[in-house]
Design a binder for this molecule. Structure first.
Ligand SMILES: Nc1nc2c(ncn2[C@@H]2O[C@H](COP(=O)(O)OP(=O)(O)OP(=O)(O)O)[C@@H](O)[C@H]2O)c(=O)[nH]1
Ligand SMILES: [Zn+2]
Length: 318
């Protein structure tokens, strides 16, 4: 009697089977998804040509960064297979469903700037998600030419317990762009962050012929200036180096994640909560609270404690 396969094992087997089917068939071609728009995707073939393609609905979401097989049906390209993903970047979307924004990422850059004013709680949420999803994460402080108040960045100290690195750039400082370019080398990276922090400006600096790439993508979709409103994968001049620019966000919902993911995003606070005298401690309000003690010692910041409690509360409501 065979053992029952777990969901995960079944999924892997199914993906292997699909991959095998695809490679068995000589009329299947390999491509990578550049962007997705409603029922269509723009995919790049192995020769670097772009195609507007539809995809089998049974495949579920096909997203920017996906590797796929496609075939021509009545001369129209149709994606038939999605290759297994190394990872995804996702948030909670409308209707309580996980929304995948991009796949197969080597690293993510959370882009910040002195203006618009950084939102620490947004960054807390991004970091919970990227840590949970296992994506290497960098903080990128852009527009450093505009920094007048360095205290504005004190909150970045709160993240020293997480495995992050920090980049500082200005589009007016070529040296900083060169350092960033080195960090992007031979990888697929994504820029995320608030609107106006400079994601597209940086992409422009990194890719001298960005206009040409954008023009080709817009031609392929037939949707006019589409790239500014959707997550799009670009080529850097260096081989095997890809950059995904994504539209700016105001918020980032993670209420579908387990409590343990929230705890992992607050490594300086979550372990303390297990040392409070009362197991149902309403931290800061109840006596003998280890969180309060740490706050009074200056080990942690009030902002982070409030953010932690607020995110946990939003999880309960969801
Ligand atoms: N001074 C200065 N201005 C910058 C810098 N980077 C970007 N900007 C300006 O900031 C503004 C917003 O830049 P965008 O590149 O459109 O920002 P974005 O993050 O792509 O915004 P969305 O596409 O809405 O998400 C533009 O006016 C840029 O010229 C910088 O390093 N220094
Ligand atoms: Zn407590």
């Amino acid at each position: 009697m065979g053992r029952k396969l777990t969901k995960q094992q079944q999924r892997i087997l199914e993906e292997r089977r699909q991959e095998q089917l695809a490679s068995d068939c000589e009329h299947q071609y390999k491509g990578r998804i550049i962007s997705q728009h409603g029922a269509h995707v723009t995919l790049e073939d192995e020769a670097g040509n772009l195609h507007k393609a539809s995809f089998r609905q049974s495949l579920g979401a096909i997203v920017c960064g996906d590797f796929v097989y496609y075939q021509f049906e009545q001369e129209e390209p149709v994606v038939t297979t999605r290759l297994p993903r190394t990872n995804i970047f996702s948030r909670l979307g409308f209707g309580g469903k996980e929304k995948i924004l991009a796949a197969n990422l080597d690293q993510i850059f959370i882009v910040l700037a002195p203006e618009p004013e950084p939102s620490p709680s947004l960054i807390d949420r991004y970091l919970i998600a990227t840590h949970y999803l296992g994506i290497q994460t960098h903080l990128l402080v852009n527009k450093f030419d505009l920094i007048e108040n360095p205290d504005q960045w004190d909150f970045l100290d709160d993240y020293r317990g997480l495995d992050l690195s920090l980049y500082q750039t200005s589009i007016h400082d070529p040296e900083s762009i060169a350092i960033l370019r080195e960090g992007l080398s031979q990888k697929t990276s994504i820029f995320v962050g608030q609107s106006g922090v400079g994601k597209s400006s940086l992409t422009n600096k990194l890719i001298p012929e960005l206009n040409l790439q954008t023009q080709k993508i817009n031609e392929s979709t037939g949707l006019g200036n589409h790239t500014t409103s959707s997550t799009t994968l670009y080529h850097l001049p260096e081989e095997n180096t890809f950059l995904i620019d994504s539209p700016g966000v105001r918020s980032f919902n993670i209420e579908h994640l387990p409590v343990s993911a929230i705890d992992d995003g607050f490594p300086e606070i979550a372990p303390l909560t297990r040392q409070c005298k009362f197991s149902n401690c309403r931290h800061l309000q109840d006596p003998h609270c280890a969180v309060k003690d740490a706050l009074e010692r200056g080990d942690i910041t009030e902002r982070r404690v409030e953010s932690y409690m607020q995110i946990l509360a939003s999880l309960k409501e969801a």
